[in-house]
Unconditional design. Structure first.
Ligand SMILES: [Zn+2]
Length: 232
């Protein structure tokens, strides 16, 4: 037996399905907006609302992840939500200026690609913007941490990667960052840069590696937990 009710928590509609269970389970509805909660019978609404508030960071992370996956496979980009440095924006496709340009405003990411542009073209413009934006943001952060850590890199590459947040070729001191970092909070980019630079000192992941990262970024675990998808 179940019962379904609805409440609103911090502007989000929450569907509560009460069942004979012992713990609370949270997930996002397919629309990426509503939250679906399975809760024990005994839990009143305010206890459920409190549990949702406590997990708001996780919910936002799920929303970002959902939006990024959606954008990647979208048949149409116009109107899709897209997170930029952790903040939700909406994609708007407008007529091209002389060159395709991308303008980020509070709440919107405007792609000037022209109505006649193919979807493939729009995705290519978006991908170029991701790379350029991560590069521009990474540059001062990398310069800062190279100074602090007493290191140098020979080359920085930005490209989309599916399983890694970044990589570091220690032999020739080349650093690579995932272009999709543009979707996560900026503290994540800094964490990935420090992580990859640390590989120039300690190649393998282990207690010494964690201690080194923790020395420079004491909150690295929180930053790591904020990353939207699987990295390495
Ligand atoms: Zn690593």
């Amino acid at each position: 037996m179940t019962s379904v009710t609805t409440i609103v928590v911090a502007g989000s509609t929450v569907l509560i399905v009460r069942k004979p269970i012992r713990h609370l389970y949270l997930r996002l509805a397919p629309d990426g907006e509503r939250i679906i909660v399975s809760a024990p019978w005994s839990w009143p609404d305010d206890r459920i609302a409190q549990a949702i508030t406590q997990r708001s960071a996780w919910i936002e992370q799920q929303r970002r992840r959902r939006a990024i996956q959606h954008v990647r496979v979208a048949g149409e980009l116009d109107g899709l939500p897209i997170p930029i440095w952790g903040q939700m924006h909406r994609i708007r496709i407008l007529a091209a200026r002389s060159q395709p340009t991308v303008v980020s405003t509070p709440g919107e990411l405007v792609l000037h690609v022209g109505a006649e542009a193919t979807l493939q073209r729009a995705h290519a413009v978006l991908a170029a913007w991701q790379r350029a934006t991560v590069r521009a943001a990474a540059h001062p952060v990398l310069t800062h941490w190279c100074q602090v850590m007493g290191l140098s890199v020979s080359r920085l590459t930005i490209r989309p990667m599916t399983t890694l947040w970044g990589s570091c070729q220690t032999r020739d001191r080349r650093l690579c960052l995932n272009a999709r970092l543009v979707h996560d909070p900026a503290v994540c980019l800094e964490y990935v840069i420090v992580h990859e630079l640390t590989h120039l000192i300690e190649q393998s992941h282990g207690p010494r590696f964690d201690a080194l990262v923790g020395h420079w970024l004491p909150d690295w675990r929180e930053r790591h937990a904020l990353l939207g998808h699987n990295g390495g």
